[in-house]
Design a protein around this ligand. Structure first.
Ligand code: ADP
Ligand code: MG
Length: 402
């Protein structure tokens, strides 16, 4: 009922609604004992038919939660009114059992539970009224076996609940599946776009690097200047490799041979690079490496992982907090820990990390951890988060030691 953007759905909805209105009006006009007498009960019945019709016709235009609740409440009052007003029409009791089934059509979990509870409470009040207050015995068919009827009513509500449970489960699964398809499509498109941009950036980089290589050989340059040029070339090499790796995410290179990487050296250079970034937030980065740690990985990729993780730690820290980075050997593994005392994460947040574009930062990309997870996995490593909200996070990365 919610999907009214489709013309066909809207048309079907209106056909069903007009048909229902016709039946309600028929109930008012055909064979109604109070027709033409205009008693209060009949006017009330007429008013309910009018209100319910208006609500149902308005729904496609204003499908709000409040209108849905109104429809269910008015429909409940309508069916109970018919039951009480026309005791000789015994079949009205069936509609009382079916009221929550109507709310299933709105695909709204809370509305269904609301309607189910409302109906159970109403039926209890009704049964009490029939047994203790109403002495005219118009509902003798219910009175004769009150317990049996109550059990039947409960059974009908359980069946309706079961139908709801199954359909709702299926609908939610479909919704999830649809969202996943949309997400992967978004990823595919943004991946292609990013790959195109990365490719375009590589060309000017090559030109700049070529000129710098010429300057490096220039004899008129002082050694100091040459050292600076060499530094620039090294940085450009790093940038070029990052771009190549990014492009390889879209087109993975399977046969790459990993090098032996000295974790201590990499950690030193990463913490040096991030030192000034930490200062911006007045965070000090402390590095403690206890053993010689060598792993089989790619230098630049490991740097990329550690930069992402340490940067996240700095960004999560409060002003002035320490970020501690440790590395050491445990059994046959090299264990790197990045410890911060910042905002920490809830279980749900930890579960979402690594999902593309998941970020709680206003300027975050939500790509850092996704790329890091890929790289760690590629070199048979693992990553874990020990965290508690408000107390900080310890990120534990393990790689097989060499
Ligand atoms: P970004 O840094 O661009 O937001 P990331 O993939 O690096 O993307 O991180 C995703 C999210 O994970 C962050 O937005 C943050 O909410 C959470 N996160 C990662 N590391 C930490 C940490 N050390 N402490 C608290 N939250 C973290
Ligand atoms: Mg990040």
């Amino acid at each position: 009922m919610r999907e009214f953007n489709n013309k066909f759905n809207k048309k079907t909805y209106y056909i069903v609604v007009w048909f229902s209105i016709a039946i309600m009006v028929a109930g008012l006009l055909i064979g109604n004992p109070y027709f033409r007498e205009f008693r209060y009960g009949y006017i009330f019945h007429l008013g309910l038919v009018f209100i319910l019709s208006v609500c149902l016709l308005l729904y496609p235009w204003k499908s709000t939660g409040i209108l849905r609740i109104c429809i269910i409440v008015v429909a409940s009052i309508y069916f109970y009114t018919i039951f009480l007003l026309y005791p000789e029409t015994k079949s009205s009791f069936i509609f009382l059992c079916l009221i929550p089934a109507f709310s299933i059509l709105f695909f709204d979990k809370r509305l269904f539970y609301f309607s189910l509870i409302l109906n159970c409470v109403s039926i209890l009040i009704l049964f009490r009224y029939i047994t203790y207050i109403n002495h005219e015995h118009q509902y003798i068919y219910l009175e004769q076996d009150l317990i049996g009827n109550l059990i039947n009513f409960i059974a009908s509500q359980i069946i309706i609940y079961f139908i709801f449970y199954l359909t709702n489960g299926r609908i939610e699964k479909q919704k999830l599946y649809y969202e996943q398809i949309q997400q992967s499509e978004r990823l595919r498109i943004s991946g292609q776009l990013a790959a195109a941009v990365a490719h375009e950036i590589r060309n000017p980089l090559t030109v700049v690097k070529g000129f710098l290589q010429l300057f490096e050989q220039e004899s008129s340059f002082s050694p100091d200047r040459k050292a600076n040029v060499t530094l620039m070339i090294n940085e450009l090499n790093s940038a070029e490799q990052v771009i190549s790796q990014f492009l390889s995410l879209a087109k993975p290179e399977k046969n790459r041979v990993p090098d032996t990487v000295d974790v201590k050296g990499v950690l030193k250079s990463v913490t040096d690079v991030l030192y000034s970034y930490g200062l911006l937030h007045e965070n000090r980065i402390e590095l403690k490496v206890t053993d010689e740690c060598n792993i089989s990985a790619n230098n630049i990729e490991l740097k990329q992982v550690l930069i992402n993780v340490i940067k996240n730690a700095i960004e999560a820290s409060n002003v002035g907090d320490l970020v501690l980075v440790t590395a050491g050997r445990e059994n046959n593994f090299v264990v790197i820990k990045v410890i911060d005392y910042g905002r920490g994460m809830s279980e749900e947040e930890v579960a979402s990390i690594g999902t593309p574009f998941y970020s709680l930062k206003s300027k975050g990309t939500g790509l850092g951890m996704m790329i890091s997870f890929n790289i760690i996995q590629k070199y048979n490593g693992t990553i874990h988060f020990q965290t508690s909200k408000g107390r900080g996070t310890t990120v534990i990365i393990r790689f097989p030691s060499l």
